[in-house]
Design a protein around this ligand. Structure first.
Ligand SMILES: Cc1cc2nc3c(=O)[nH]c(=O)nc-3n(C[C@H](O)[C@H](O)[C@H](O)COP(=O)(O)O)c2cc1C
Length: 194
């Protein structure tokens, strides 16, 4: 069974946005094609950024890479370790803290969030799904990727083909079939009523 996860909106939004959701049931046999991987990463590369500083850095880790298993085992927190290993690839989103002239880039996380968002939408456009993971052991990921202290790990994005919800058990299954919920537009608007 595929749960109905389409966003309910007051006015239509692009199908790729309405249909995006974050599954935990991924097809364990699917590997991303080179075209898919490049397309997702290019979408991130072309994100806007403050002063065009492009502070984001990505690590692309296919399931065929032994680093995939190592990140799942050491770099993810408990619950995430139960479902992320089936994802076709993991994209680590990191940022450079300081610019080349040694000044802190205070806009780095906003910029990298935009890049991550672009990758998520591009993956959806390709018929893939993504799931952000913030439950990380960041120092382990820094170590596994051999990154110095000018890098911060923000998130890991699991990417792959969605699989039936029934392939999950327990709390993961319950969450997979739960409706997607959001605050109402009125609750998040600070000013202006369209
Ligand atoms: C920055 C970030 C961190 C997240 N961390 C986790 C996580 O560690 N584990 C998890 O299962 N889901 C995680 N999620 C997924 C959210 O729970 C999910 O996006 C949210 O419930 C909305 O569901 P939807 O993406 O299906 O609309 C994270 C999402 C974001 C954006």
């Amino acid at each position: 069974m595929q749960p109905n996860k389409i966003a309910i909106t007051a006015a239509p939004i692009a199908p790729v946005l309405a249909e995006r959701w974050s599954p935990r049931s991924f097809n364990k046999d699917y590997l991303l094609t080179q075209h898919e991987a490049l397309s997702i990463l290019e979408a991130g590369r072309w994100a806007p950024s403050s002063n065009n500083l492009q502070p984001w850095r990505f690590a692309y880790i296919s399931k065929t890479d032994e680093l995939h298993g190592a990140i799942c085992e050491k770099g993810l927190t408990g619950f995430n370790q139960s479902w992320a290993p089936n994802a076709s690839a993991l994209i680590v989103v990191a940022v450079q803290v300081n610019t080349a002239d040694g000044k802190e880039n205070t806009g780095r996380k906003y910029d990298a969030g935009l890049a991550a968002s672009m990758m998520v939408v591009q993956a959806q456009e390709l018929g893939l799904h993504t799931h952000h993971i913030g439950g990380l052991v960041r120092e382990e990921i820094l170590e596994l990727l051999k990154l110095d202290s000018n890098y911060e790990i923000l998130t890991v994005i699991a990417v792959g083909k969605v699989a039936p919800a029934e392939e999950l058990q327990g709390p993961a299954f319950e969450r997979e079939v739960a409706p997607r919920v959001r605050l109402e537009l009125d609750e998040i608007m600070l000013y202006g009523k369209p």
